[in-house]
Write a protein that binds this ligand. Structure first.
Ligand code: ADP
Ligand code: ZN
Length: 749
């Protein structure tokens, strides 16, 4: 292995080193560190994090720093293969065993596990539970079990896999080995199921925010979908995307229409042979196909990080499925768009399907469909609705959905809400929606009388409003997180903490006048997001394109998907930063040691061939003539091959000393005959290397606060460019970079 000579201990410190050296990332995302600590402490751990949140790192890094093999149970063969390829590309020894792996290869993998070389072994649940495999596991040292896609364990979930329910044998047979369960979709019930079925012992549960702030959520009326899609494609040239359809026929027809427009599109559905399907999937992964039109069967096993948009041609069956599908967009953290076409006809069709499908789950499935419908019809921030569905409460509107960008009219609904909430409480949180409305409207039917609900104080308190209005308002309250539905208790409505605040008059509630769907939003043409998507012919975009092509060539040669080489976000950062030496290249997020060794030179050459980096070249010249620089005379020379970040050390140090003497960037530049941007690069390099750069010279406390807020709004590790745009170009890249480093240091990272 790459760093076999470096001793790695199962500590957070080692974990941080591994993150940088193997993955090329500077800091853990919020929560990753805590999760890793819990795992290193040997605790059973449950990780609930959205797709793209960075779950894999949470068990992969503990696996690297711990002794023994981490056994990863993963339900999908394609996903396993991708993950193992990505691990190997980072220099970590990993393998997978499933039905597709031949016996002799299995033997060699098993040998590597026994001799302690292997760090992670991925297996399908079928393989894990098959005869002899558990016995084989007993012969090796196992660091932990990681159960990926753990929601498959629960029959309440939407991807139920019967094999997963057998996984309790792991605890029975390996009582000492910690178990880590990871999933991107888990409502309250599924969370409980996971812990119980895996026999977890006082697990630490990490529930990260399910928010995916980089996804722009849009719902559009279902008229002229094809026209809308073609229009969308025109405004998003070259961007990878997935379109989900309900039927096979629709898939094929729509793919044909898109191809006719000259866009490379493929279709994917369950009626195709496995070979046909894997060819399409492969084409998409390798960026040979830009668009895939698919039934929901597509995407489960896809780990492609540069999907820039997801369109739902039809309404999905439930919010879990919808959220998982849109979650395939923007996994690299760069902006992505999710468009849902909605028509009532879809609801009717789905209702019919669900009623036939699974008789004992019909009621549950219909209620879930209803929530999906309410989402599509909602008049309040869509992200709030989604997050609330997963048990999270967002107190401010998101600003990145169609409703936030184009808000409908509202009125003070506190009184209406209080009537409903009060009735919920007085009915002891046992009533489903229909019964609640009946009580509010003073109806006298069997359920009302037998429950004694005609005796409560709020009985008839809402008789002035029609049923449909109540229906809309109560759904808005659900969507706003004042109430939730306890599916397992006969769909009873329960009040949340936020609901109590409204009930007690501590918090006002704005309700939106219910509007029929025809009044849904206008097409997104000409909006800010759409404009951004059009590729400007800037130098940066050209370099990005060139780097993408290089990535594609290398990927094809090595027969791996392009994102295994580098993510879009990494290429984008390269296009902005233009790293032309080792130090700068290793400073790009996503460039670890192994990847630098394998690809670094090729990418540097490509950047040089595309104009290079004027600032860095000035620096290089400066370094060559360094001994002639009088300022340099007393500065300590750093041996050339020491630490990466001091390679260009001496000239940067000189700049630093002048800075400490109180010279401005411009003055230093003039004095040293460098460009201002070279001086700025010196200062950021020094600051990163622990030198005491005076932040206050460049950023006021107000500026820092403003940048920190913007960072929070954009998610944990925003791209500089997004931050720059978000703050309307108020702070240059130098200041933004300094600020981000400053926050990191504050957090002790
Ligand atoms: P998940 O399994 O939760 O869907 P992944 O583990 O695939 O997410 O991570 C999503 C993306 O984020 C990957 O490209 C991964 O390399 C990247 N990533 C993970 N952790 C970090 C980090 N600490 N800093 C930067 N990028 C990260
Ligand atoms: Zn919103």
């Amino acid at each position: 292995m790459l760093f076999a000579t470096e001793p790695l201990a199962p500590t957070l410190d080692s974990a941080r080193k591994v993150l940088k050296q193997y993955y090329g990332y500077d800091t853990f995302r919020p929560m990753q560190e805590d999760i890793i600590q819990s795992i290193l402490d040997g605790r059973d751990t449950v990780v609930l994090m959205p797709t793209g949140g960075g779950k894999s790192v949470c068990f992969q890094i503990p696996a690297v720093v711990s002794e023994g093999v981490c056994i990863v149970v993963s339900p999908l063969i394609a996903l396993m293969k991708d993950q193992v390829e990505a691990l190997k590309a980072n220099g970590i020894s990993a393998a997978y065993i499933n039905s597709s792996v031949g016996q002799s290869e299995q033997n060699s993998i098993c040998g590597d596990c026994l001799n302690g070389y292997m760090k992670l072994l991925y297996v399908s649940p079928e393989k894990l539970l098959s005869d002899g495999f558990l016995q084989f596991l007993k012969r090796m040292r196992i660091s932990m079990f990681a159960i990926d896609e753990a929601h498959c364990i629960s029959s309440w979930g939407h991807d139920f896999r019967p094999e997963y329910t057998q996984l309790r044998v792991l605890r029975e047979q390996f009582p000492q080995v910690p178990i880590i369960a990871l999933t991107a979709t888990a409502d309250r019930l599924t969370q409980r199921d996971i812990q119980q079925q895996l026999r977890m012992q006082e697990p630490q549960v990490f529930l990260s925010s399910f928010d995916r702030p980089n996804l722009n959520l849009i719902v559009r009326p279902g008229q002229d979908r094809v026209g809308g899609i073609l229009d969308f494609l025109e405004r998003h040239p070259g961007e990878s995307g997935i379109i989900y359809c309900l039927s096979r026929k629709q898939c094929e027809t729509l793919a044909g229409k898109i191809q006719a427009k000259g866009v490379k599109a493929g279709f994917y559905h369950a009626g195709m042979t496995p070979n046909q399907r894997s060819a399409v999937q492969e084409g998409f992964l390798k960026d040979d196909l830009q668009v895939i039109v698919a039934t929901i069967a597509f995407g489960m096993g896809i780990d492609k990080s540069n999907v820039r948009w997801v369109i739902h041609y039809n309404l999905p069956k439930n919010i879990e499925g919808y959220y998982q599908e849109i979650g395939r967009g923007g996994r690299d953290g760069s902006p992505a768009t999710a468009v849902l076409f909605y028509s009532f006809a879809d609801v009717m069709q789905l209702r019919e399907m669900l009623t036939k499908e699974n008789p004992h789950l019909t009621q549950l499935n219909l209620t879930k469909l209803e929530r999906m419908q309410q989402f599509a019809e909602a008049a309040s921030c869509r992200r709030k609705i989604l997050l609330n569905y997963f048990g999270e409460t967002l107190t401010t509107d998101c600003g990145n959905c169609d409703i936030c960008r184009n808000p409908p009219t509202t009125f003070d609904g506190s009184l209406i809400a209080q009537k409903a909430l009060s009735a919920v409480v007085r009915m002891r949180e046992r009533a489903p929606i229909g019964l609640l409305i009946d009580v509010l409207r003073g109806m006298r039917n069997q359920a009302v009388i037998s429950g004694g609900y005609d005796q409560i104080k709020t009985y008839g308190a809402g008789a002035d409003l029609p049923y449909l209005d109540w229906y809309s308002y109560i759904h808005q309250m659900l969507n706003d997180g004042l109430l939730y539905i306890a599916y397992e208790e006969g769909y009873a409505l329960k009040i949340t903490e936020l609901g109590r605040e409204v009930l007690q008059g501590q918090r006002p509630l704005a309700l939106k006048k219910f509007q029929p769907t025809e009044k849904a939003e206008k097409p997104a043409r000409g909006r800010k997001g759409a404009q951004k998507a059009a590729t400007p012919a800037t130098k940066e975009a050209q370099l990005f394109e060139a780097l993408r092509n290089l990535r594609k060539r290398i990927a094809d040669e090595q027969n791996v998907p392009p994102y295994v080489i580098f993510t879009d976000a990494t290429l984008q950062e390269m296009a902005v930063e233009r790293p032309v030496n080792r130090v700068a290249m290793l400073g790009i997020s996503g460039v670890g040691m192994k990847k630098f060794d394998t690809y670094g030179e090729q990418f540097i050459r490509e950047i040089l061939a595309n104009g290079g980096n004027p600032a860095a070249e000035a620096e290089a010249e400066d370094a060559i003539s360094g001994s002639l620089d009088p300022d340099d005379a007393g500065a300590p020379r750093t041996p050339r091959k020491r630490e990466a970040n001091t390679e260009a050390g001496s000239t940067a140090e000189t700049t630093f000393q002048l800075h400490r003497m109180g010279l401005t960037v411009e003055a230093i530049a003039e004095r040293r005959g460098l460009t201002a941007s070279t001086v700025q690069t010196h200062l950021t390099t020094c600051y990163a290397g622990g030198y005491d750069v005076r932040i206050a010279d460049f950023l006021t406390p107000e500026a820092l606060a403003e940048i920190q807020t913007a960072q929070a709004q954009l998610g944990s590790s925003p791209m500089l460019r997004d931050l720059f745009d978000h703050l309307r170009e108020k702070y240059d890249y130098f200041r933004l970079r300094l600020a981000l480093m400053y926050f990191k240091k504050l957090r002790g990272e």
